[in-house]
Ligand binder design. Structure first.
Ligand SMILES: [Zn+2]
Length: 148
C-alpha cells in the first residue's frame, strides 16, 4: 500500500441531517434523495406511483413515498382540518362539520366540565383516532388546544 500524504482539504463543510420518524404502525421512515452519480434508480411512491428523486423510504419494508403523503405531526399545525375537533365554548365540539361531543358540566349545560379535555381525549380513544383540537374565538381565530 502506497503511503501518501495527499489529502482532500475541505473547508466550509456543511450538511443537513436526514429527517427520520416513526409512523402509526411503528415503522421507521427516513428521508432519501436519489444519488444519480451512484447510479441509483429513481424511487416510486407506494401511494401514487410517482417517480421520486427524493421523498421518504420505510426502513421496515422499503416502501417509498412522496413528501406530500407524509404528514409530520410534530410540525405545528396552523389551521383545523375536517377531521379535527373544534369548539367555540369548550362545551360543543365539532368534527366533520357536525356536533361530535358535548362536554358540559353534569348539572349545568352552560358550563364547560372541569375535565372537558379529558372527555375529548376519551372520545378520541373510543374512535382510536387522535386529530388536533382547536378553540375558535368569536373573531374566528383558531388556537391549537393542548389536550393533555
Ligand atoms: Zn405519492
Amino acid at each position: 500500500m502506497n503511503a501518501t500524504n495527499e489529502r482532500v482539504i475541505l473547508s466550509d463543510v456543511s450538511g443537513i441531517a436526514r429527517k427520520s420518524g416513526t409512523d402509526q404502525h411503528g415503522n421507521r421512515w427516513v428521508e432519501f434523495e436519489v444519488d444519480y452519480q451512484a447510479e441509483q434508480e429513481p424511487g416510486e411512491c407506494c401511494l401514487c406511483g410517482a417517480e421520486l428523486e427524493s421523498g421518504w423510504v420505510c426502513l421496515d419494508g422499503g416502501d417509498e413515498c412522496c413528501e406530500k403523503h407524509v404528514e409530520n405531526i410534530d410540525a405545528e399545525a396552523t389551521e383545523p382540518l375536517e377531521e379535527d375537533y373544534t369548539t367555540t365554548d369548550h362545551i360543543h365540539w365539532y368534527q366533520y362539520g357536525k356536533l361530535a361531543l358535548t362536554t358540559a358540566e353534569h348539572n349545568d349545560p352552560h358550563t364547560s366540565a372541569d375535565n372537558a379535555y379529558a372527555m375529548v381525549t376519551a372520545h378520541m380513544d373510543v374512535a382510536k383516532f387522535w386529530p388536533n383540537a382547536w378553540f375558535v374565538s368569536d373573531h374566528g381565530n383558531t388556537h391549537l388546544i393542548q389536550l393533555n
